[in-house]
Write a protein that binds this ligand. Sequence first.
Ligand SMILES: [Zn+2]
Length: 60
Amino acid sequence: MPIFEYHCNKCETKFEVLQRTNDTKKPLECPNCGTQDTKKRFSAFAAMGTPKETTQDSGT
Ligand SMILES: [Zn+2]
């Protein structure tokens, strides 16, 4: 599932949105100030498998 990171041009809040399809044409409202003056900054796929590096270094 793709994760899209948006950036609000008004209050400079960054927020991530999970979207199932490529329905990313319409602007999203900023959850902080409610403006639609946002832009997509970054997208990544959450289902990339397991991360290679695990930080289980508690102890030793
Ligand atoms: Zn905002």
